[in-house]
Ligand binder design. Structure first.
Ligand code: S3P
Length: 443
């Protein structure tokens, strides 16, 4: 049911480059595409989604919505999806909801089906079947659903039914868990409220409002900022355009940092402030970023940026605390270019990296060492000294898209060629990645 990732393992050869130059329009943001797919499938009427992500993961969300009764047409070539929703009533799927590699699909959709009469069995690939699901079971069960897990993981069965609103204090920084609770709250009896310690990406909040839901964000009586969503709201279809994926852009932004005469123009790039903190970090490291144009698209900021490298050495950064949570998807590529900075990168408070599509701390450390770098591993991060020279090596992607792409960028400044084993994993979020890299890398 999910968009298939080629089973065979591919190896890509990455040769060193001298610069990156050119312009690109990134495929639609993965996080936003998931939310539009799920809410369009839940809403009443037909939504047309332009610049839908070409990655396999958001297509898993579309496939699940089709299995739940939505009518879905999608074309990864034209990056469009047309979804006729179920007007808030899913049909019982005839089989399992196969989420492929996509944790977002499994966790967020669990919130939508938790309020629906029926039994919904979720499965995923080997990587997804090892990822923690307790984090959504706990709040959804306290609202009245019953969820069976397998040792804390998928396969997962959600027994849906009438839900009651809760006041939820998010124990971990996770936009997926926040979304599951808001999606359940949308259908619960009463008003659900939620507070998070770290402000995670807020695409769900914008998407819910775009589809017509009312959602408030304001301080409670103790002065803590909370989200409030009343149950029993209906959603209406609309036409949307997904901004380009800033987490995919991160690979090219880091590539631009590596060379003094880089020059990239990125069009229709998502600039949501809860994600665009990456641009501050890139600027702090020595990137020159100009905003050429910015517009609001259904609450999401999108625009054109131009990126180059300011004169002087690449600066060190410290990625810890709130910053680590907000940059969680970009840490692999920032770590992969860390040896080329003058004073290295320190990463802490990023334990969540161990339970992503792979153990990203272990794999980054292993692959940096394969390229000859010194690195110290910590339970919740790593220390990567600067001023290091890397050599080409065989890289193990661990079937993880962000690892495959991160080390393709490190390879651009290494001495000698690098082989990325398991390169096909890039198609989970960014199937066009290697084509764009070939086009933009100047050799
Ligand atoms: C995502 C949230 C993050 C992120 C993932 C996408 C989302 O996961 O790592 O790639 O779309 O909400 P967590 O919610 O587990 O932090």
């Amino acid at each position: 049911m999910s968009a298939a990732v080629p089973a065979a393992t591919q190896t890509r050869l990455i040769r060193p480059a001298g610069s990156v130059r050119g312009s690109l329009a990134l495929p639609g943001d993965k996080s936003i595409s998931h939310r539009y797919a799920l809410l369009a499938g839940f809403a009443q009427g037909t939504s047309h989604i332009a610049n839908f992500s070409s990655g396999a993961d958001p297509h898993s969300s579309l496939a699940c919505m089709a299995a739940l009764g939505a009518r879905v047409e999608s074309d990864p070539q034209t990056r469009t999806a047309t979804v006729t929703g179920t007007a808030g009533r899913f049909t019982q799927p005839s089989g399992e909801l196969d989420c492929g590699n996509s944790g977002s699909t499994m966790r967020m959709l669990a919130g939508l089906v938790a309020a629906q009469a029926g039994t919904f069995r979720f499965t995923g690939d080997a990587s997804l079947s090892a990822r923690p699901m307790e984090r959504i079971r706990e709040p959804l069960e306290s609202m009245g659903a019953r969820i069976d897990l397998t040792g804390g993981h998928a396969p997962m069965t959600v027994h849906g039914g009438p839900l009651t609103a809760i006041d939820f204090e998010a124990p971990i920084a996770s936009a997926q868990v926040k979304t599951a609770v808001l999606f359940a709250g949308l259908q619960a009896q009463g008003t659900t409220s939620l507070a998070e310690q770290v402000r995670t990406r807020d695409h769900t909040e914008h998407a819910l409002r775009a589809f017509g839901a009312e959602l408030l964000r304001r301080p409670d009586s103790g002065g803590q900022t909370r989200l409030y969503i009343a149950g029993g709201q209906t959603l209406n279809a609309l036409d949307l355009t997904v901004p380009g994926d800033i987490s995919s852009a991160a690979f090219f932004l880091c590539a631009a940092l590596l060379f003094p005469d880089s020059n990239l123009v990125l069009d229709n790039l998502g600039l949501n402030p809860t994600r665009a903190v990456l641009l501050d970090v890139v600027t702090g490291m020595g990137g020159g970023i100009k905003m050429l144009e910015v517009a609001d698209q259904h609450g999401e900021m999108a625009g054109t940026i131009q990126v180059n490298r300011k004169p002087g050495p690449l600066q060190a950064v410290d990625l810890s605390g709130q910053l680590a949570a907000q940059l969680i998807d970009e840490i692999p590529v920032l770590a992969a270019v860390a040896p080329y900075t003058s004073n290295g990168i320190r990463i802490r408070d990023a334990r969540e990296l161990r339970v992503k599509e792979s153990d990203r701390i272990a794999l980054v450390v292993k692959n940096l060492r394969a390229m000859g770098a010194q690195v110290t591993e910590h339970e919740d991060g790593m220390d990567i000294p600067g001023n290091q020279t890397l050599h080409g090596a065989g890289i193990d992607s661990g079937h993880d898209h962000r690892i495959a792409m991160a080390f393709s960028i490190a390879a651009l400044r290494a001495t000698g060629d690098t082989e990325i084993h398991g390169a096909e994993a890039a198609s989970i979020s960014f199937p066009e990645f290697f084509d764009w890299l070939d086009e933009l890398a100047v050799r």
